[in-house]
Design a protein around this ligand. Structure first.
Ligand code: DGI
Ligand code: FE
Ligand code: FE
Length: 204
């Protein structure tokens, strides 16, 4: 579906605040894609679609997931909002004609991340957190710069801060959030231990 049509569709299924956020994520993702050499058009589509299931009620999310045979874990039953990512990918495919697997994965992994994300998935994960309308999270200034300098480090910092927030607010931690953080921490340590670009440039 072209971007103009997607904008119209998203405006219909979202409240004003979510729609503003959606546009901001799309444009932030487009910039990140340009800097990191990813497909700008796909970044725009994934950004426009990433929260397409967000404005459904919890009970609508649960009902639709059951209808589409999307597995609902215990954490997700207790926090149905988490389902908007995977359900969003399904709706993107069925209602908004998205056929690109990478775009669909980026929608599905945008809330918890996942080990082994593609560049586009990391871009949407990060853009969702740093878009200019966001102002509550800690370390935003630093993460906004990291997003362009070293996107893996931005992913790590976002996951760390999200986990801290979840612990502080005594919320359930989705296993995906924890696995993703562990995966990227391990990867970054291995990278530094093997004379990576970062290692050679900074000497640490
Ligand atoms: O949909 P958005 O608000 O734009 O952003 P999002 O899809 O990243 O969702 C953000 C919310 O997801 C935020 O309130 C924290 C929550 N979240 C992320 N990881 C976890 C989580 N909530 C729980 N309970 N457990 C998680 O692991
Ligand atoms: Fe979301
Ligand atoms: Fe979002």
């Amino acid at each position: 579906m072209d971007l103009k049509k997607l904008r119209k569709k998203m405006k219909k299924v979202m409240d004003d605040e979510r729609y503003e956020h959606t546009l901001s994520v799309a444009y932030t993702a487009a910039n990140l894609a340009a800097v990191h050499g990813a497909d700008v058009e796909k970044a725009l589509r994934a950004g426009m679609l990433h929260d397409c299931a967000k404005c459904l009620t919890d009970s609508e999310k649960l009902t639709l997931c059951e209808k589409f045979h999307i597995n609902i874990s215990a954490v997700e039953y207790r926090n149905p909002s988490l389902l908007h990512a995977e359900l969003g990918a399904k709706l993107a495919k069925d209602l908004y004609e998205e056929t690109d697997k990478d775009v669909l994965n980026a929608i599905s992994s945008h809330t918890t991340g996942r080990p082994g994300m593609s560049l586009l998935e990391k871009i949407i994960f990060v853009a969702d957190y740093i878009e200019p309308g966001r102002n509550k999270a800690p370390n935003l200034k630093q993460i906004r710069k990291l997003a362009y300098d070293d996107i893996d480090l931005a992913v790590i910092q976002i996951l760390r801060d999200t986990m801290d927030y979840l612990v502080k607010t005594k919320s359930d931690i989705h296993p995906g959030t924890q696995w993703t953080l562990e995966y990227y921490l391990k990867q970054s340590k291995e990278g530094r231990g093997h004379g990576s670009k970062r290692n050679r440039e900074t000497g640490n």
